[in-house]
Ligand binder design. Structure first.
Ligand code: TYC
Length: 102
């Protein structure tokens, strides 16, 4: 009898590390909200420091929009809403939106 080689199926198990999808919070430019107010909102809601806030504000001011940070969906939506409402409460059209990170 000839020897038979039995091959195992070539499968590999890969550990699947599940990470929750992240959502970007995006600051949109407008013509009315004072620069200093935008900076204060970024510091208060997103915990950015003065220079980080200034850079994000200026990027939105010059390019139309700027990604502030990424969070889980719930946190991103809550922060965007809170920051938009702070503008509204002060009579400004300041707007923050969220977008899923690919
Ligand atoms: N463009 C506004 C101004 O000139 C300042 C501003 C910057 C507003 C960024 C919104 O996301 C913004 N007063």
């Amino acid at each position: 009898m000839s020897p038979t080689t039995v091959k195992k199926p070539a499968t590999k198990t890969r550990p699947q590390t599940q990470r929750p999808p992240l959502w970007k919070v995006i600051l949109l430019n407008d013509d009315f909200t004072p620069r200093e107010f935008v900076v204060e909102v970024l510091k208060a809601v997103f915990r950015l420091n003065e220079s980080q806030s200034y850079r994000v504000m200026m990027t939105a001011h010059q390019k139309g929009a700027c990604v502030i940070a990424v969070y889980t969906r719930d946190v991103a939506e809550t922060k965007a809403k809170e920051a938009t409402e702070l503008g509204k409460a002060n009579g400004f059209p300041l707007y923050f939106t969220t977008e899923k990170e690919e």
